[in-house]
Structure formats: C-alpha cells, structure tokens
Design a binder for this molecule. Structure first.
Ligand SMILES: Cc1cc2nc3c(=O)[nH]c(=O)nc-3n(C[C@H](O)[C@H](O)[C@H](O)COP(=O)(O)OP(=O)(O)OC[C@H]3O[C@@H](n4cnc5c(N)ncnc54)[C@H](O)[C@@H]3O)c2cc1C
Length: 358
C-alpha cells in the first residue's frame, strides 16, 4: 500500500506531493487533465511565492513586477492609488507555475499520473480506496491517506461527505496580447459584492477580468465593459472561486488542501499562496504511519484563520455605498506598508504610522 494519494496537481497538490516525497513517503498524484490547463487564474501573486521555489524560478515564471493598485468606485473615475516604492507582487505564467511544481514533485520521487480522473473515494479504518479512470481503464488504488487538492468543485470533498465552502464566486478573464508595462493593477468596485480588474503583464500583454456571485453573468458584463472601451478580443478563461472555508476539512484518513478547503483570500479570491502555505503545514504535520489529521486542521487554522476572518471584513467594504467607499479610499490612499496576503498587516505599527503620518 502506498503512503499518500494526492488528487489534483494544481499548486497545492503538487507542492504537497513534493514535500511528502522529500520526507521519504511513497506518493502517487493524479491529475484529471494535463498540468496547468485549462487556465483559470490571473497568476497575480505576492513575492512570497519565490520562497516555495528554486532560485531560478523568477526568471522562468515572472512576466511583470507590480508596485500597487488603483481602486475605482466608478468605471471612469481617476481612482485612488495605493503603492509602495518597491515591487509588491508579480504577474506570473500560471500554467508554467503548475508545471514547475509538478517537475519538482517528480524530482523528489512522487509518481505523477496525468490524464487520470479520480471518480470515487472510500475510507476504511486502515486505508483509503480510490477509483481512478485513466487512458488504460479503471483501477483501484489503496493508500494510507488521501489529500484532496482537487480544486473548488472537489470530488474528494463530496465523496467523503465533507462540508462545502461558505460560498462560490464565478470569475472570467480575457488576455489581450498588447504589451502593458504599467506598474499597478486597476481594481473596479463596480460589481455586486466583488470587483473587476486589469492586470499589466509586461510583454505578455494585459489581462481584464471580473468576478461576481453566481447568477451574475460575468462574461456578458466583462464583454460589455470592454466593448465600450474598444478593447480588442483575446483568449478567454474562467473558473469558480470558493470563499470561506468549511468548518471541517479532514476525516480520519483524508485532508483537503487549497481551493478544495476554501483556503483563499476572501477579499481577492486569490488562493495560490494560502494553498502553498497549507500544503507546507500539512507536510510538516502529517505522518501516514501515525496519522493525526486533526493536527493539520488545528495548525492551518492557527496560521491562516485570522487572515481569512479579517479578509472577510475587508470584502464587506466592497459593498459600502459609493460616498463612504470614496471617503475610505481617499483617507487611506498613498504609500502604504501592507502585505497583500495578510490583512492583519493593515494593523501593523508601520501601516498605522503611515496612515496617520499627518
Ligand atoms: C478568474 C480567476 C482568477 C484568479 N486569480 C488569482 C490570482 O491572481 N492569484 C491567486 O493567488 N489566485 C487566483 N485565483 C485562484 C487560484 O486560481 C486558486 O486559488 C488556485 O488555483 C488553487 O489551487 P489548488 O491547487 O487548490 O487548485 P487548482 O489549481 O484548482 O487545482 C486543482 C487540480 O485538480 C484537478 N482535479 C479536479 N478534480 C479532479 C479529479 N476528480 N481527479 C483528478 N484531478 C482532479 C484539476 O484539473 C486541477 O488541476 C483565481 C481564480 C479564478 C477563477
């Protein structure tokens, strides 16, 4: 019997597979398609990403460096710029991020099986049994534990009867191949409960996107906005964004990671960094031969729980009436020392000093 079966080779699953294999565990990882595709992500990440990757990774993945964000309350206003003097975040090649993480997992000794769809998961007292459909037919795989890193619509979560994230948003994006070297992203608080965006990607082009609640036709709204501004057509992508982790993301022999566990920032929907951090915690806490999945549950909530709770409050500010939103943004705008993955940094001494600097 193998030690760990990982379902899903997005960033969370691939990073966990790598770390577990490095610890000498036998790991098999299943991905239903080919790695990284279809794209469903902007790949806008804080520079913390590089801590999880080899030194050469930025040269391979980085498309553009970003120093701030301009928030707009109405589509045509000048907006309120929040910035730092140094780069805060990067636009990266997201498909290649997934490929790199999978290469690293394979180098560490994990067995990678692409084009393998996990269709059923049964948990017994001594092992977990997976039904997997691949190019050569259907097989059963026994493992001491399973890691459900299979994204927002997780099969592992459903099969094991674990609760769903609090809510889902739907996101869409369009890549336009016109070089854009602006040093900030634009955020338009013009969507019910969420926002639209524009991300410069350097020579790789520019991205326009929009996310909103289910039932809000994000594609139609984005198309209408962009048509009004004469933005050329481009490749389109999209996907679901879970917001708010469920109350439990483990069973005795299974854990959920990343989007499957709702480990995203409620105020942006971004989940790459939280998924990587949760994978790191899981690899540290879990030993398949003496399994205690509650240790993982406690540890990831201790590290990310407060940020997610504060992120929920930040997200509520998107629904403020326009005059209040303008007042808040104009008071806070300028150079500000906050970390884009850590809402708690809004309350740091440096951030408060900057805010009340006079
Ligand atoms: C429009 C949009 C824009 C976004 N922009 C950003 C951003 O700029 N920055 C950011 O940090 N986050 C962003 N996100 C969120 C980010 O994409 C996710 O948080 C991140 O991909 C989660 O990683 P993951 O490994 O948990 O899951 P995923 O990346 O979803 O990977 C899950 C993998 O599991 C596979 N899989 C699913 N079911 C099965 C199965 N039954 N058997 C085998 N394999 C299976 C899937 O094919 C997939 O490869 C965005 C999301 C959307 C929708």
């Amino acid at each position: 019997m193998i030690d760990v079966a990982v379902v899903g080779l997005g960033p969370a699953g691939a990073h966990y597979a790598r770390r577990a294999a490095q610890q000498g565990q036998s790991v098999v990882a299943f991905e239903r398609g080919s790695v990284g595709e279809p794209l469903a992500c902007s790949g806008h990440v804080s520079r913390d990403l590089w801590e999880f990757l080899p030194d050469a990774a930025p040269d391979r993945l980085r498309q553009h460096e970003i120093r701030g964000a301009r928030f707009h309350v109405a589509p045509e206003d000048d907006g309120y710029l929040f910035y730092r003097d140094e780069p805060i975040s990067n636009a990266i090649d997201r498909v290649d991020l997934d490929r790199l993480l999978v290469e690293l997992a394979a180098e560490a000794g994990a067995e990678i099986r692409t084009n393998h769809l996990v269709t059923a998961v049964e948990e017994g007292p001594e092992s977990v049994s997976l039904t997997v459909r691949g190019p050569d037919g259907v097989e059963r795989v026994e493992a001491a534990m399973v890691v459900g890193a299979d994204g927002p619509q997780s099969t592992v979560r459903r099969e094991l009867g674990l609760p769903e994230p609090e809510r889902f948003l739907v996101g869409t994006l369009r890549h336009v191949p016109e070089p854009d070297h602006a040093d900030h992203v634009d955020v338009y608080l013009t969507v019910p409960g969420f926002f639209a965006w524009r991300i410069p990607r350097g020579d790789a082009g520019v991205e326009y996107g929009l996310a909103g609640p289910p039932g809000y036709d994000v594609v139609d709204h984005l198309d209408n906005r962009l048509a009004g501004h004469g933005v050329p057509d481009g490749e389109r992508f999209g996907g679901h964004i879970p917001i708010g982790p469920p109350e439990r993301v483990h069973t005795d022999r299974a854990i959920l990671l990343g989007d499957a566990a709702g480990q995203t920032k409620p105020f942006t929907g971004g989940g790459i960094l939280y998924g990587l951090r949760a994978a790191e915690i899981a690899a540290r806490k879990l030993d398949p031969s003496a399994l205690d999945t509650t240790a993982y549950e406690r540890a990831w909530r201790a590290e990310l729980g407060t940020e997610i709770r504060l992120g929920r409050w930040l997200r509520r500010a998107y629904s403020l009436p326009d005059p209040l939103a303008r007042l808040g943004l104009s008071t806070l705008a300028g150079e500000i020392d906050v970390h884009m993955d850590e809402p708690s940094s809004l309350f740091s001494k440096d951030a408060l000093t900057t805010l009340f600097r006079g």
